[in-house]
Design a protein around this ligand. Structure first.
Ligand code: ADP
Length: 323
């Protein structure tokens, strides 16, 4: 487990990380998300022992990164935004070099071969890094992070600058690695987080503004759930009946639709799934439901909502409706 408690980092008068606390459990793939300048790299650098903090604590599996950096760092593999590759070395030479730097004690040949196989580098093992494509260089960066078999792997913007095919390959690889490592992925690319991560932490201006499971983030940030329905039946009666279901906050007619149906926007109390109740109600009146669709907010909307909210504080929480 990684535990960050009341972490603060100031650069002069600028507070880049402002009293943040969170923990990351074993086996999680966590997306660390935020706009530019939010404090992601600063947090990652402190977490990996590359930067000191102004105050607060970071422990990696119970080992304090400031008190016992060597022991703590052994448990972390780090792929910085710009991996420190030696371009004149072959892949094999470079990985051997990292093996020595990390004072790794695993069987050298076997360990390096296993990593090359895992990140699909076996074919280019004897090639000079300078001659590899950006996608392959990124694999070399990931391979160096895996040397020593660390429990935690931290990726900083791992797909920036790659072409679409390489992006898919690297994301697939990260997901794969998540099966037996705990992964933190720092990025500003929202779909990447949605595709790869189990949990999302959003940081803005040095503060955590959201920390939720990927599937719960919409509910947590927006607080309620909306669905759009198309129902064939007398609009007024349908609306009154739906409003009568317990836990429904409102049901609004949003227009006539094809096949003599009416479209409704319905919102429930937080945490309530109203779909079955609506189905049973309509079935009992023989009002066919010809459409039922969750009005989803994508991560981008959620991100803007939490970031805007912080900027506009102390304004009331916004509720966004897509029609
Ligand atoms: P992110 O990675 O989310 O883009 P950073 O952690 O790089 O954000 O930066 C957070 C804030 O700290 C920004 O305002 C940035 O300008 C500032 N900052 C980062 N590094 C330094 C530094 N070495 N000296 C002074 N200010 C810095």
């Amino acid at each position: 487990m990684i535990e960050i408690k009341n972490l603060v980092k100031r650069y002069g008068n600028n507070c880049a990380v402002n009293d943040i606390s969170f923990s990351i459990n074993d086996g999680e793939i966590v997306g660390f998300l935020g706009p530019n300048g939010a404090g992601k790299t600063t947090t990652m650098s402190i977490l990996t022992g590359c930067l000191s903090s102004t105050s607060g604590s970071v422990t990696i599996n119970g080992v304090d990164i400031f008190d016992n950096p060597l022991e703590a760092k052994k448990q972390i593999g780090y792929l910085p935004e710009f991996p420190p590759l030696y371009l004149e070395m072959t892949v094999k030479e470079y990985l051997n070099f990292v093996y020595d730097l990390k004072s790794c004690t695993l069987d050298r040949e076997k360990h390096i071969d296993e990593i090359c196989e895992r990140v699909k580098l076996l074919d280019v093992k004897n090639r000079i890094i300078r001659n590899l494509s950006k996608g392959y260089r990124q694999r070399v960066g990931i391979a160096q992070a895996l040397i020593g078999n660390p429990k935690f792997i931290i990726f900083d913007e791992p797909t920036v600058g790659l072409d679409p095919k390489q992006i898919i390959e690297i994301r697939t690889l990260i997901k794969e690695l998540g099966k037996d490592h705990t992964v933190i992925l720092s990025t500003h690319i929202l779909p990447e987080v949605q595709m790869v991560c189990d949990r999302i932490i959003i940081i803005n201006r040095g503060k955590i503004v959201a920390d939720e499971k990927t599937e719960d983030i919409e509910k947590a940030v927006i607080g309620s759930r909306q669905i759009q329905l198309k129902i064939c039946g007398p609009a007024k009666d349908v609306q009154t009946a739906i409003k009568g279901i317990s836990g429904i906050k409102y049901a609004e007619v949003i227009g006539e639709r094809e096949l003599q149906s009416t479209a409704f926007l319905v919102e429930s109390e937080p945490g309530l799934d109203m779909r079955r109740a609506i189905f049973n109600l309509c079935a009992s009146h023989a009002w066919p439901i010809i459409g039922m669709e969750a009005v989803g907010l994508n991560l981008e909307d959620i991100f803007i909502s939490v970031v805007d909210e912080q900027e506009a504080e102390p304004k009331k929480k916004k509720q966004k409706v897509r029609r």
